[in-house]
Write a protein that binds this ligand. Structure first.
Ligand code: ASP
Length: 334
């Protein structure tokens, strides 16, 4: 029987529903095997399960240091288990999944993040299905950091939260789902096999900015004067990566000054589907000429965590930009 480690980090799945509000996790509630046995009978028939509570946070409180904590615990337990399931709040699950995908090199085992829209103890919970599917997935030979939710399996660094009130809370707009649970499990795409020794490096530089453009936005507010204060900015631009360049609206002087001072400016899009093309319109071409980097078809979550990861691992700007353009963990198509 496969050995699976379930790691608790909090989120709705482990919270309590009272009337119409969801309260923070009652820390006296033991999320141990007896609790699982009571809530999800049969879970232990799928695998030999161990569980550990790392912390119990609403995922809106999570920091890059929490990502590093999770990665470290997986690294410590890597040889002892065949797969890992992480119980996590849905709000920032796609950030954590993206971040973890950059931490592990030559991953050979599944790391599955899941949670729920309704707490586990509730009659109408989606937690049971999500957890059973995730444990089953973690027993398979799928060397990916993935999100398993509402019967679908997404590559973690391609997923984004799309719904607050629907059980179908996630989507991966620019990548097909990896697998689907129906009467049986259908596996749709091939996975990314490792090709060397497994290694973990979980350092992140949290000192970046993420800014979403809106008409009338000031360039001086978006970009710091120099890169000393903040080494990277992710810009959610319009459409194919368009940034205002007109005489009254131009963001370009601030962008150029920031890049010239050693900052990394990544351009992604407010549109969920398809790929940024900085060559298509003047606003993208100017940004490219000044040294901005295209986010391609990456999610905003993947852009943010990848930039934090690269800035923590490389001191020179050119290496960060070069690697940002590369496909490191299946997070971008081109
Ligand atoms: N606020 C919760 C969280 O992200 C939402 C959820 O788990 O669905 O922790």
């Amino acid at each position: 029987m496969k050995r699976i480690l379930i790691l608790h980090t909090g989120g709705t799945i482990t919270m309590q529903l009272h009337d119409n509000t969801i309260d923070a996790t009652d820390s006296s509630q033991p999320f141990n095997l007896a609790f699982f046995e009571e809530q999800i009978p049969g879970l232990q028939e799928i695998a030999r399960i161990a569980s550990e509570t790392l912390f119990l946070e609403d995922s809106s409180n999570m920091l890059p240091s929490h990502w590093a904590n999770i990665a470290g615990v997986i690294d410590d337990n890597y040889a002892r288990y065949d797969g890992f399931v992480i119980l996590h709040g849905t709000d920032t699950m796609a950030y954590t999944a993206s971040a973890l995908s950059f931490c592990f090199e030559n991953l050979e085992k599944p790391i599955v993040l899941t949670g729920s829209q309704v707490p586990l103890g509730n009659r109408r919970t989606d937690a049971r299905r999500n957890l059973i599917n995730s444990v089953e997935l973690a027993t398979l030979n799928i060397p990916e950091v993935c999100i398993c939710f509402n019967d679908r399996v997404y590559r973690g660094n391609r997923a984004t939260k799309i719904s607050i009130g629907d059980f179908d809370a996630f989507s991966s707009p620019n990548h097909p789902v990896l697998a689907e649970f129906g009467l049986k499990l259908s596996i749709h795409t091939s996975y990314r096999p490792g090709s060397g020794p497994f290694a973990t490096s979980a350092r992140f530089d949290p000192g970046i900015r993420l800014v979403k453009l809106f008409p009338g936005m000031e360039g001086s507010w978006m970009f710091p004067e120099t890169a000393d204060a903040c080494r990277g900015v992710v810009v959610e631009a319009y459409g194919s990566g368009n940034i205002p360049y007109g005489r009254q609206q131009s963001i370009m002087p601030a962008l150029k000054r920031y890049i010239d001072s050693g900052g990394v400016a990544v351009i992604t899009s407010q549109a969920l589907h398809d790929e940024v093309d900085l060559n298509k319109y003047e606003g993208g071409r100017m940004a490219l000429k000044y040294g901005a980097v295209s986010g391609g078809d990456m999610t905003t979550e993947a852009c943010v965590s990848k930039l934090m990861y690269l800035l923590a691992h490389h001191s020179d700007v050119q290496s960060v930009k070069e690697r940002f353009r590369m496909n490191l963990a299946g997070e971008r198509s081109t």
